[in-house]
Design a protein around this ligand. Structure first.
Ligand code: NAD
Length: 430
């Protein structure tokens, strides 16, 4: 239904509700959501086929039971597909789900919910509960039947929910499963052997598609001083071609308004910080205008201080910060990237030299749950690059991968014996 008759509807609702362009709606509400549903079904069947050894004397099997209780699915505004997966995967594995969509993604989420019902999902397996976040959080975590949280969103919200769960631990009949995919402060590391065109195109795409409102968006670029003049010239030239506006009016729009007034105010504050800080220089963009919508121009900042808060904290808007490093200090930059922020979601290295790539892979092993070589930090595809980060970026359960469905089942092992026990004594005692 999603790939055929209802495709246009979910795309349109994602465009109107979440401010996406046609292509951004397509890769989310159609491509990714369809992939989630199809691949989760395939992975569930593979799991079902994954059975323990049976021997002459006994037949052994695993029953992949749903959890005993309900799972709360709490979804973010920025991906229609994520909401469908947060609710859909536990339901597929036999759970009852209370799905609370984001306040700013209710339109498309409700369309997905309706489609699931029309496709034959029995009523009440997934219960759609558009509600105030904290009220919903308090209600679900204080129920004795709460047995899992499937969350995607910001770190403060996930931490709050986790604390509420631990405070209520004595009430529950099961130890709840907590899965949470959160934010990032994603990096592009450029080595002096890199291809400048890949760096510039990859960085602009990653930093500014959907107005930087992707958890995987590149927000810190580390460029060597030897290549910086070339990168900078091209970055600014291409930046001038980015169109911001209403994608329903102009299909050439690269991105639209940011999601709401709160987001607008937060991003604007970061741009003010860039304007007033002596360490920071705005190289391009950064204009903010909320007269007809929450529009923010793509902003490129240069930082002299690699530890400025703008290099550490998630902004979730169209702001990219560049730190230019002395080429001969390349090895120190690996250490700097690894230790600058508490996040560990996505990152990329751009280099042609194989040994440099290998070194970056090793040194940045824990700095990104999704690591890219000569490619931008966004654009993970279900079943190709299972997605998720570690450190405070989340529990890294890799939605879109084969192990994800295992999170939403409580397996039961059953042994059926074919040789009855005829004596309580061990053989040597006879
Ligand atoms: P958010 O944390 O503001 O909200 C997420 C959800 O939690 C919403 O449904 C919201 O209503 C709900 N909520 C808020 N307070 C709550 C509370 N006290 N109790 C229960 N629920 C509550 O996040 P957002 O702005 O919707 O999404 C953006 C964030 O999500 C960014 O940090 C982004 O990086 C992250 N994100 C991560 C991934 C990933 O896969 N790692 C994907 C998409 C988005």
């Amino acid at each position: 239904m999603l790939s055929g008759p209802r495709r246009a509807e979910v795309l349109a609702k994602t465009m109107v509700g979440q401010g996406k362009t046609v292509i951004q709606a397509e890769i989310d509400a159609a491509a990714e959501l369809i992939d989630f549903f199809r691949f989760n079904a395939k992975y569930a069947v593979e799991l079902e086929n994954s059975q323990p050894l049976s021997v002459d004397v006994s037949t052994n099997s695993m029953v992949y039971r749903g959890l005993e209780g309900f799972v709360a699915a709490v979804s973010p505004f920025n991906f229609t597909a994520i909401g469908g997966n947060l609710a859909g995967a536990p339901a597929l594995m036999g759970n009852v789900v209370l799905w609370k969509p984001s306040d700013t993604a209710v339109l498309s989420s409700y369309a997905v919910y309706r489609i699931l019902l029309e496709a034959g999902l029995p009523p009440d397996v997934i219960q759609f509960v558009p509600a105030d976040g904290p009220v919903f959080g308090d209600a679900v975590t204080s129920s004795e039947h709460f047995c899992g949280l499937n969350f995607t969103g910001s770190v403060p919200t996930f931490k709050r929910l986790w604390k509420q769960v631990s405070e209520n631990l004595d009430r529950y009949r099961n130890f709840p499963r907590l899965a949470g995919e959160c934010g990032g402060k994603n990096f592009h590391l450029v080595h002096s052997s890199a291809d400048v065109s890949s760096v510039v195109n990859g960085t602009l795409r990653s930093a500014f598609e959907y107005g930087g409102q992707k958890c995987s968006a590149c927000s810190r670029l580390y460029a060597p001083d030897s290549l910086w003049p070339q990168i900078k010239a091209k970055l600014l030239e291409e930046h001038g071609k980015i169109k911001v506006g209403d994608p329903a009016q102009d299909f050439g729009t690269f991105f639209s308004a940011v999601i709401d007034d709160k987001s607008f105010a937060r991003i604007k504050k970061w741009i003010e910080h860039a304007k007033t800080s002596s360490n920071l220089t705005i190289l391009a963009g950064g204009g903010c205008d909320d007269s007809v919508g929450y529009f923010i121009e793509p902003c490129i900042v240069e930082s002299k201080d690699p530890k400025d808060p703008i290099m550490k904290e998630e902004i979730f808007g169209p702001v990219l910060t560049v730190y230019v490093y002395p080429e001969k200090r390349y090895k120190d930059i690996l250490e700097l990237i690894d230790t600058t922020t508490p996040y560990g979601l996505t990152g990329a290295v751009f280099a042609q030299e194989k040994s440099i790539i290998q070194e970056a892979r090793n040194r940045l092993r824990n700095a990104a749950g999704n690591f890219y070589i000569n490619d931008k930090s966004t654009g993970a595809v279900v079943a190709q690059q299972p997605f998720g980060g570690s450190r405070i970026s989340g529990t890294n359960d890799k939605p879109g991968g084969p192990h994800y469905v295992l999170r939403w089942t409580s397996p039961q092992a059953i042994k059926e014996t074919h040789v009855p026990l005829t004596d309580w004594r061990y053989a040597y005692m006879q």
